[in-house]
Design a protein around this ligand. Structure first.
Ligand SMILES: *Cc1c(COP(=O)(O)O)cnc(C)c1O
Ligand code: SF4
Length: 372
């Protein structure tokens, strides 16, 4: 027998194999601080890639790249009203791993593993703690979707679906597209931001066989749009996969209009369409990241009309208790009656427009010149 040849690991596998999960890799802390962080990481797992670690410039909480990935003792010092599952995702689960909240679309948690555990994660209660769901549990989800013809859109989420192998993913996607009423499959993934080498040509070619397929990624700071990340997003787009971005509004990371505008510009340059900015959910262990809603509105005000229209995402509050995503926006309406609307533009100037649809008399009242 010839000796077994071990295939060299691909770059993205290397990133996972060399991943950091020991808080003692953080330099310069006291023994007491290490012990505290070990306790935090026990409750909320710590894992990050050497690639994403390399984006840190200052090894302390002043660095937006540091606070997103490094555990902090404040995760244990939350306000008492915070919950593990404020969106009541578990209550809307008719079968394990599936949240069916909106009639026509579902959120399918295909894994609980990520390539990096964001310290502000909405699913902090479960990511990194549960095993990958076994095939029979995924089959139960296919079965549920098959029995519910109102479901037209399946969102693959997690955890991070791109921590699965290409084969496992293809098995899930092809099973879903065999269901006649499934019109649309999309995926939420942080991988282009934290392990961009995972976006291989083979992966893109596989995904491209299942159209329509939309991918939403997750960038929070302009420094995350490195040449590697841009290449990963570009490769997806080159294969015909539209890429969007969901950003979380985070204190100390992107809670100022200038940083957020820069982020949107970097995304557009990487051919990524900004989709949502989320107000931070009321998740236990994440309070220190939360900003005021006023700050979010101020950021939206600074984007709307001040930059490329399709570079402006919607600002979303995901309603506690399972109400779903609700877009909020600074009001542009100064006054509205049956006759007219007064609206405010990006410079603060006000303009009138007839509020009724086509109606010869009203139009003539407003534009007397039409009579002459
Ligand atoms: C976010 C989410 C969706 C998808 O919402 P869109 O606004 O269509 O992107 C579906 N189900 C659940 C439970 C969600 O949280
Ligand atoms: S990648 Fe997504 S699911 Fe995983 S920790 Fe970050 S926000 Fe949570």
């Amino acid at each position: 027998m010839p000796p077994k040849v071990r295939r060299p690991r691909a770059e993205w596998q290397e990133q996972l194999a060399q991943g950091v999960r020991d808080v003692r890799a953080i330099p310069g802390l006291t023994e007491e601080q290490y012990e505290r962080l070990e306790a935090v990481a026990k409750e909320y797992p710590f894992f990050t890639t050497p690639y994403y670690l390399s984006l840190i410039e200052e090894m302390d909480a002043s660095d937006p790249m540091y606070i997103q990935q490094m555990p902090d003792a404040v995760e244990f010092e939350d306000s008492s009203f915070l919950e593990d599952d404020p969106l009541d995702e578990e209550d809307d689960m008719p079968v394990r791993h599936l949240t069916h909240r909106y009639p026509d679309r579902v959120l399918f948690v295909v894994t609980h593993t990520c390539a990096m555990y964001c310290r502000f994660c909405t699913r902090k209660r479960k990511v990194g703690k549960n095993p990958v769901p076994p095939p029979h549990e995924l089959e139960a989800v296919f079965e549920y979707i098959r029995e519910h013809p109102e479901i037209r859109d399946v969102l693959l989420s997690g955890g991070d679906p791109l921590t699965l192998t290409d084969n496992a993913l293809e098995w899930i996607i092809s099973n879903l597209y065999e269901i006649p009423h499934v019109e649309l499959i999309r995926m939420g993934t942080k991988i282009p931001c934290v392990n961009p080498a995972r976006i291989t040509n083979e992966l893109c070619e596989m995904l491209a066989r299942y159209q329509p397929f939309y991918l939403n990624t997750h960038f929070n700071h302009p420094r995350e749009l490195t040449p590697e990340a841009r290449e990963a997003c570009g490769r997806l787009v080159d294969h015909g996969i539209p890429v969007g971005c969901q950003t979380v509004l985070l204190r100390g990371v992107n809670d100022d209009p200038e940083t957020m505008k820069q982020l949107m510009h970097e995304l557009l340059k990487a051919r990524v369409k900004p989709y949502y900015i989320y107000q931070a959910d009321l998740v236990k262990g994440t309070d220190h990241f939360r900003t005021s809603v006023q700050k979010g509105l101020e950021i939206m005000e600074a984007l709307q009309g001040h930059t490329t229209g399709f570079g402006v995402p919607q600002y979303i509050i995901d309603a506690p208790g399972g109400g779903g995503k609700i877009p909020v926006s600074p009001s542009r309406i100064v006054d509205l009656t049956d006759e007219k609307i007064v609206v405010r533009n990006y410079e603060g100037n006000e303009y009138e427009y007839p509020a009724a649809g086509y109606d010869a008399e009203t139009v003539q009242d407003y534009f007397p010149a039409f009579n002459e």
